[in-house]
Ligand binder design. Sequence first.
Ligand code: BG6
Length: 506
Amino acid sequence: MKSNDNHIYVIFGASGDLTKRKLVPALYSLFVQNLLPEKFTLLGVSRSQFSDAEFKIAMESAISEFKEIDDTTRIPEFIAKIHYQSIGFDDVSTYLLLKQRLEALRVENEISGNTVFYMSTPPSLYGIIPQHLASVGLNAQDDGWKRLIIEKPFGYDLESALILKDQLLKDWQEEQLFRIDHYLGKETVQNLMVTRFSNGIFEPLWNRNYIDHVEITSAESIGVEKRGGYYESSGALRDMVQNHLLQVAAITAMESPSSLEPVAIRNEILKVFQSLRPIKREDVKTNAIRGQYLSSTIKDEHIAGYREEEGVHPESVTETYAAIKFYIDNWRWGGVPFYIRSGKRLPTRVTEVVIHFKPTPHFLFSSGSVCSSCNQLVIRIQPDEGVLLKFGMKTPGAGFDVQNVNMDFHYSDLSHQRMPSAYERLIYDSMKGDATLFARTQEVIEAWKFLAPVIDCWKNDREVPLYGYPAGSWGPESADDLIENKEMTWRYPCKNLSDDGIYCEL
Ligand code: BG6
């Protein structure tokens, strides 16, 4: 990093879970790799009353507990750079205190006005904190750059996202805003672009002529754990689909950018969002399926249903599973269905993009069904990151029986190469001012606009079913009916039960 990138990193919500689990361990990892600027200070800010010493102790144990990097020898050196300031988030007078504290730290550490403000707070504060920062001049860039990083969710629906957008853009410029979508920081999501645009063999096939449909699956075996309160106001559609998975879909579908400049890449991503075919209200029932997990017994263990979870209303109608079918109306994708499904308490944890290719025009060989040898390119985002190509091979012996075989690349084969966490990558980019992997305001608004009919119907139309599915199953069976091509199904990447706490092996 250049020496003029020296800066203070301010985390609002410093006493929260994200700070200790992800942000501070990622910052320490950058420090160990000498990727932080020479002069760097971290200021934790929240409502809780901590002394600097108490906060340092808490962060020291967080770095050891949620380890991002093996080398722990430099923890004391890093901890010396950490400070803490308590403020009342909605009390404007305390922002003057914050300003004074920042000035004192700058003088002490010889750092210019460069500052990152990371909003790791409840979303209800996303409007108010930036507004108060601006009211004491902490958005002004005359003495150095100021950047605002905002965690998801950006709004609750289209209307609230538009209000938040106006609130932020009143005092901040779009270039100062970095909307984190941690999926964009995942190595394998970025690799989607490399797979597509660095290989001559895939790109010619990447269109409506050869692709039957595109599937994006994100399954989690855990339930909502202690986040019932948050999840009740969110649900699978807002929590995963509106942001992470539509972003993944956009990268899968985008045109090649003219360069790697952030604006070139983000323009192509935005075009995909703008080409999403609006879902008509009357089609919601057939194009979007929702479900909620029910209690079940897995390996003699009772698994609570969603309505029994802490913080969840006993008659909650919040979906823990969402599947949608949609189209991207442009030349490349005209008529190709895209499917996204995401759910909690499914049989395993897996996120993957599956390109289902069309079958051959005429099938010569004997086989179970036409598509038992259909080609699939599986881009495994997590876990066991990698790329898998499935294709048909002759079964040895008499006749011409065809079986499906795999060409399988695993990132773990690159054993000498460390995979940085998504937060590590995104924090580093935000320090460099590289916004490529951050969602632009307009993308977020387009995504809300696209999902608005589904959100509205699921909220107001009692005729739209909320299917129950037993914890540990693949979700409502009706989601299978979404797939148009009856020769094909969702990919069910695992079959066998395993002993290690996830329900099935990949
Ligand atoms: C978060 C959601 O954004 O992403 C969580 O709020 C979800 O509900 C998580 O569990 C999944 O992230 P990852 O990186 O574990 O796939």
